[in-house]
Design a protein around this ligand. Structure first.
Ligand SMILES: [Zn+2]
Length: 221
């Protein structure tokens, strides 16, 4: 159901040629997580969502695309530290490095979403501490994106529902509950309201683990 293909990539920053697997096609069958992570088989293609140049360390969804001005951040100490930070899985470091580049470019929406993907890579590696750090970073970036008018989901309600899940799963329960209540007071559309009511139940139980949208309609929890 998922097809991948090896592709030669010329790094847009240093010109090095390296091979990378790319997803040609995949599907998402079933229910997404409350933070919008897709179900299988798309879920397991995560390792192919970011590439890393083995020569200069440039990380991007496609390393053949990019701006040489990005070399300023790629050559910085803080970027190099992140690239090989042993507290995070290698895949999460690649996402976090692309997130840093996007933050530098003031693309807070992309930077935030890329940090969410880094959290998913940490979840897969069962590294809760690293996942929490990625979610905290994602909340900070997505909050900045909202303030700058860079909407990151289909509408404000969906966007806030994702932020609430990031807050809950990183243990920021007071902030998650406050945001949940604020949004519910705005009389959201039915689906969002159901999500928020469900989130509220999880928050009140101090439940920090992954849940899927199908649980809402099936009444689990
Ligand atoms: Zn390179």
């Amino acid at each position: 159901m998922t097809t991948t293909e090896e592709a030669k990539k010329e790094c847009a920053i240093c010109g090095n040629i390296s091979n990378h697997m790319e997803v040609i096609s995949t599907k998402a069958l079933g229910s997404s997580d409350l933070d919008a992570r897709p179900p299988e088989p798309e879920r397991s293609t995560i390792a192919y969502w970011v590439q890393r140049c083995p020569s200069c360390g440039y990380c991007a969804p496609d390393i053949s695309k990019g701006d040489t001005e990005m070399s300023n951040i790629i050559e910085s100490d803080i970027y190099k530290q992140q690239l090989s930070d042993t507290r995070f899985p290698e895949l999460a470091n690649s996402f976090l490095c692309w997130s840093m580049i996007q933050e530098e470019e003031a693309q807070y929406k992309i930077a935030g979403w890329t940090s969410v993907k880094a959290a998913w890579a940490c979840d897969d590696a069962h590294n809760d501490d690293a996942a929490r750090k990625c979610r905290e970073r994602a909340v900070m970036l997505l909050d900045t994106a909202r303030k700058k008018g860079q909407w990151f989901a289909g509408n404000a309600g969906t966007e806030e529902a994702v932020i609430i899940d990031l807050l809950r799963r990183s243990g920021q329960l007071d902030a998650a509950l406050r945001m949940c209540n604020e949004r519910l007071e705005k009389d959201p559309e039915e689906f969002i309201r159901d999500v928020l009511v469900y989130q509220k139940k999880l928050i009140e139980k101090a439940d920090l683990v992954r849940h899927i949208t199908a649980e809402i309609t099936s009444g689990i929890g």
